[in-house]
Design a protein around this ligand. Structure first.
Ligand SMILES: [Ca+2]
Ligand SMILES: [Ca+2]
Length: 380
């Protein structure tokens, strides 16, 4: 039925498979010949000590505006790092995705390989299936929040070593309507992956994929139940808003209980691909659609056997996941609902005043989120 309040835009979308929401994959550093990351040494840090990861200079989404004049307003992630006590522990974070380079030198130390699980095949093999468009997706998403940070290698991660990555592979090779093949999760396997993450005690669940469907589609009820069960167990479920240039509902992103993350560009503007509707909650850097920087405006992270850049709401979601992990590391007693409420309440408003369909409550403000999480601890 098209009269359900959830059916914004076109009705009757009936795709069985979920899809990944990274718009472009572009691997290795050749595209950086234009000079991204060529900065003087003093420009690598801002007001707060910079991590020693050599590719931090390319990570514009993590860097302060005094050295990235076009990244305004910024997420204040370096300030957030300075607020989390170094002795704070790790927060268990599930990432439901296409497969993972478990031996990546910039990920392995932050992965809990004992908990890895493949829900499609019911075994513990979560390795990368090479040769498909989505092959590198999971490794890229995991690195955005979970890369080993300040280790003198590669990139920094938003969670600054406070995330314990639990890799959950939800994909298998499926045939698309046009006859091509790719690694994709089914709605059912995503629901199973969420259940598994809860069983493993994960406090945050990152899902950088989704499917366009009506709220009253039979498979939607199954997926929403899994999300609600996770949230009722105290988890925060984070998902990308979708890259379809549409206002059609995408799930799990658009459930009330999910943190739906829209993407901003390097200039802090709405990324043109990022879906819009009344269920988008928060915005974070997803990169792209920025004439000034070209591919230097994408998000740089780990990929199998190296590093590469992608853009999309798939990249924005793990940014918010990393901020949530910092908050829970700084205050282990904080609840999932409190984390969500603080993230929404502290966002830097963008676009039209107040909550809007492009940015949700605005750009995630990492420093204020962590500061309020710590303040809540002192009140208890
Ligand atoms: Ca690193
Ligand atoms: Ca706004």
């Amino acid at each position: 039925m098209c009269n359900n309040k959830r059916n914004i835009g076109k009705c009757g979308v009936r795709r069985v498979c979920m899809k990944y929401i990274a718009a472009v994959a572009c691997i290795v550093a050749l595209v950086f010949m234009g000079g991204c990351g060529v900065f003087s040494a003093h420009a690598v840090g801002g007001s707060f000590p910079a991590p020693n990861d050599p590719e931090y200079a390319r990570q514009w989404a993590l860097r302060p505006p005094d050295v990235e004049p076009f990244a305004q307003p910024y997420t204040r992630i370096d300030e957030a790092w300075s607020l989390v006590p170094p002795q704070a522990g790790k927060v268990r974070v599930a990432v439901l995705d296409s497969g993972f380079d478990m031996d990546h030198p910039d990920l392995a130390a932050n992965i809990n390989s004992d908990l890895a699980w493949n829900v499609s095949d019911d075994n513990d093999d979560v390795s990368v299936t090479p040769g498909y468009a989505a092959s590198a997706h999971g490794t890229h998403v995991a690195g955005i929040f979970g890369a080993v940070t300040d280790n003198g290698v590669g990139v920094a991660g938003v969670a600054y070593n406070h995330a314990e990555i639990v890799p959950i592979k939800t994909s298998r090779v499926r045939t698309l309507p046009d006859g091509s093949k790719d690694l994709l999760p089914s709605v059912r396997d995503t629901a199973k992956g969420i259940d598994k993450a809860v069983e493993l005690g994960c406090r945050i669940i990152n899902i950088s994929n989704g499917t366009y469907m009506d709220y009253d589609h039979p498979e939607s009820a199954m997926l929403e139940k899994a999300v609600n069960d996770a949230v009722n167990a105290g988890a925060v479920v984070v998902s990308g808003a979708g890259n379809g240039l549409t206002d059609v509902t995408m799930y799990p992103s658009d459930y009330d209980a999910t943190v739906s993350v829209a993407a901003t560009t390097r200039e802090g503007e709405h990324a043109i691909y990022s879906d819009t509707n009344a269920y988008k909650d928060i915005a974070a850097p997803g990169g792209g659609s920025d004439q000034r920087y070209g591919r230097c405006s994408y998000i740089y992270s780990t990929v199998p056997d190296g590093y590469g850049e992608k853009k999309g709401t798939s990249m924005a979601a793990p940014f918010v996941t990393g901020v949530a992990a910092l908050m829970m590391a700084a205050n282990p007693d904080i609840t999932g609902e409190e984390v969500k409420s603080i993230i929404y309440g502290t966002a830097t408003d963008l676009g039209v005043p107040g909550r809007d369909d492009e940015f949700g409550y605005g750009l995630v403000n990492a420093a204020e989120s962590v500061r309020q999480a710590i303040a809540m601890k002192r009140k208890r």
